[in-house]
Ligand binder design. Structure first.
Ligand SMILES: [Zn+2]
Ligand SMILES: [Zn+2]
Length: 372
């Protein structure tokens, strides 16, 4: 079976393409390959491929799933162990229940396993992106024997028991009738081949563990839990099959001042009572610089101010989120005698009246005292 092409590659767009880009690319290709227009032999297949890619990438949910898991191919992974379809009658269903290796051809090319790697990065690295090298252990085809497992100069021989199919059939009489159950050949362990003289490097496996250095580019704006897929960086395929993919799961450390929600950044800054009452201009740290923020006179604690465009760059599309600044009025705990005296004067002079101004709030308090 031919390996499916990457949907982004099919449409000729980048992984960060906007919905619009995808739509445009699809329209162009659909016109180009539409069987009514294009009489080339492979036009119809191309058209279908383009349509399928568009169907998946134009829907944000299925696109997210594809970005995360790639092609979900029922013949690969997903429980593994069998490749029977449902059209072949009871025998196939039996194979499924009993596992047993199904009818997978041991000589067919096999795709390599996917690998997963968890990478923890700093808060700001997630915001601005990062390039780094990682080293992962992965299984690769043995160079000494070219993956055959046989000592150089010799060849694996076809198994005499299963004649290369890798399977043995076991016939059982059951209440449903006669059932044929297939299982892996015990003589060759399902490989269909016998190696007389083993390769000394891989001990007949055809595969070796290697430490592999991979360059990873983490895009600016990734969030905790994101998965990056690196096509073909998983384990090597067998017998000419394609390599699996490498999935990098991103974990982002928290920051002591900033909090993140999607593309927006939140932070809290303290204000003195005087700053809140009289107004002030204060400095706020953002992800890139310090900016000035004007606090109007009479600002209440808990008020949010928005610094537009000071958030995280959007992973898809353009622009940046915002930074939201919550101001918290801090009540002083250590006052000098002079300060205390001034506050007493303030309170007797104007404190009561200041509070009375906010009717809605104090009405509610009064009502609560009356038991309304
Ligand atoms: Zn065999
Ligand atoms: Zn070898």
């Amino acid at each position: 079976m031919a390996e499916k092409r990457d949907y982004y590659e099919v449409l000729g767009v980048g992984r960060d393409a906007s919905e619009d880009d995808i739509k445009k690319a699809y329209r162009k290709l659909a016109r180009q390959y539409h069987p009514d227009v294009n009489k080339a032999e492979d036009a119809e297949a191309k058209f279908k491929e383009v349509k399928e890619a568009y169907d998946v990438l134009s829907d944000s949910q299925s696109r997210a799933r594809y970005d995360q898991y790639g092609h979900i191919d029922p013949n690969q992974g997903m429980g593994g162990g069998f490749s029977g379809d449902f059209s072949g009658g009871l025998g196939d269903i039996f194979d499924m229940f009993f596992g047993g290796g199904g009818r997978r051809d041991p000589n067919a090319p096999q795709r390599g396993n996917d690998l997963q790697y968890t990478m923890t990065i700093e808060f700001k690295e997630a915001v601005f992106g990062k390039e780094t090298d990682i080293t992962i252990p992965r299984t690769e085809s043995c160079d000494t024997c070219g993956g055959s497992g046989a000592k150089p100069g010799t060849k694996p021989q076809t198994c005499g028991v299963c004649h290369g199919s890798g399977q043995q059939e076991v016939v059982q009489n059951t209440p449903f009738g006669r059932m044929v159950n297939r299982r892996a050949c015990s003589n060759c362990n399902g490989s269909g081949k016998i190696i007389k003289e083993r390769c000394s490097t891989c001990h007949g496996n055809g595969k070796v563990k290697k430490q592999r250095k991979i360059h990873v580019r983490i895009p600016a704006g990734v969030d905790d839990g994101a998965q990056l897929r690196m096509t073909g960086e998983g384990e090597s395929g067998l017998r000419g099959g394609p390599a699996g993919d490498l999935y990098i799961v991103i974990r982002v450390k928290s920051h002591e001042f900033f909090e993140r929600e999607g593309d927006d950044i939140y932070c809290e800054v303290p204000l003195t009572f005087a700053q809140a009452a009289l107004g002030d201009e204060i400095e706020i740290p953002t992800l890139t610089e310090k900016v000035k923020l004007k606090i109007p006179a009479g600002t209440q604690t808990g008020t949010f101010f928005r610094l537009k465009g000071k958030g995280v760059p959007r992973l898809r599309g353009h622009g940046q989120g915002d930074q939201h600044v919550k101001v918290v009025v801090v009540t002083p705990t250590k006052l000098s005698d002079e300060q205390k005296e001034l506050l007493r004067q303030f309170s007797s002079l104007d404190g009561e009246r200041a509070l009375e101004q906010d009717h809605s709030f104090f009405d509610k308090v009064k009502k609560a005292f009356r038991g309304d």
